[in-house]
Design a protein around this ligand. Structure first.
Ligand SMILES: NC(=O)c1ccc[n+]([C@@H]2O[C@H](COP(=O)([O-])OP(=O)(O)OC[C@H]3O[C@@H](n4cnc5c(N)ncnc54)[C@H](OP(=O)(O)O)[C@@H]3O)[C@@H](O)[C@H]2O)c1
Length: 267
């Protein structure tokens, strides 16, 4: 990707930049001339990433735990002090689940909601006032096809992603005339360590690379599609042919969808 007039000198905050989709997003957006804020809990991984990018001096690493929303205002202020604005917030950080609903405690359900839903919307609520002050901005939300239908071993994960759609559809309507644009991204199976990092019934990392993940779309292809959707200010983008098919089938022939989805492997 070359320098790009849409992204050049835009200040873009990426959460979950230490791995998978967020990390690849940093690699591709670095080449567009954007100034990146790289966030997650793993500062070492973020610093290693920043030093690998072609314009490290433009970028800023900043620790953020999506479970600690009380810290977000201070973190946001530190970014505003450095860059004076945030043009695009990419709410990408999240955790998946590989655990049966009946065997998952409410505590684990709440943790997944905290990271994937409350942490996500809390960050948007911190950033929005600054975007409004500067006349507008863009919020990109990495949801999932699990935000469109439930799936085996993903009950809380799917719920957290469904919740994002309700919240951001409303927000996008309310803030449209104030120059805020929201892009919902729904990837299908992407080849990242998401299943390895997913939490199990005990609340610990599954540690297993799923076959579905390994066979998934290359992360670089997925991110190219996300970058294009951001640039065109798409309201929603489904990434992966099987995702597009499943969502259409659920909408138009739900009875057949239910038969076919039950036959899919959980992992
Ligand atoms: N891969 C797929 O097939 C797929 C499909 C649909 C949707 N998605 C979505 O895409 C997004 C990125 O997933 P990925 O595939 O790139 O997975 P990944 O490789 O496991 O990356 C997840 C990222 O989220 C961060 N994160 C996790 N918990 C966090 C917390 N409490 N606070 C702050 N950051 C946290 C991680 O950073 P730290 O551990 O350093 O904090 C990491 O950078 C997620 O929202 C996921 O739901 C992925």
């Amino acid at each position: 990707m070359k320098k790009d007039t849409y992204f050049d000198n835009k200040v873009i905050w990426i959460t979950g930049a230490s791995s998978g989709i967020g990390l690849e997003m940093a690699i591709q957006l670095d080449l567009t001339g954007a100034k990146l804020i790289l966030s997650s809990r793993n500062i070492e991984a973020l610093n290693a990433l920043k030093n690998k990018l072609s314009n490290p001096e433009k970028h800023f690493v900043c620790a953020l735990d999506l479970e600690k929303s009380s810290e977000f205002e201070k973190i946001t202020q530190s970014i505003i002090e450095k860059y004076s604005k945030i043009d695009i917030l990419i709410n990408n950080g999240g955790i998946s689940q590989r655990a049966n609903a009946m065997k998952t405690s409410l505590e684990i359900d709440r943790k997944i909601m905290e990271v994937n839903y409350f942490g996500n919307i809390a960050l948007s609520k911190c950033v929005l006032p600054y975007m409004l002050q500067s006349g507008g901005g863009q919020i990109v939300v990495v949801s999932s096809i699990a935000g469109k239908f439930g799936f085996y071993l993903r009950s809380a994960y799917s719920a957290s992603k469904h919740a994002l759609h309700g919240f951001y559809e409303s927000l996008a309507m309310e803030e449209f005339n104030n120059g805020i644009r929201v892009t919902m991204v729904c990837p299908a199976k992407i080849n990242t360590p998401i299943s390895v990092n997913a939490i199990n019934e005990k609340g610990t990392k599954s540690g297993i690379m799923d076959n579905n993940q390994r066979k998934g779309m290359p992360v670089s292809t997925c991110v190219k599609k996300i970058v294009r959707a951001i640039k065109h200010q798409k309201q929603e983008v489904i990434i992966g042919g099987e995702g597009v098919f499943a969502i259409k089938l659920k909408a138009f022939i739900p009875s057949l969808f239910r038969i076919l989805i039950r036959r899919q492997s959980a992992t």
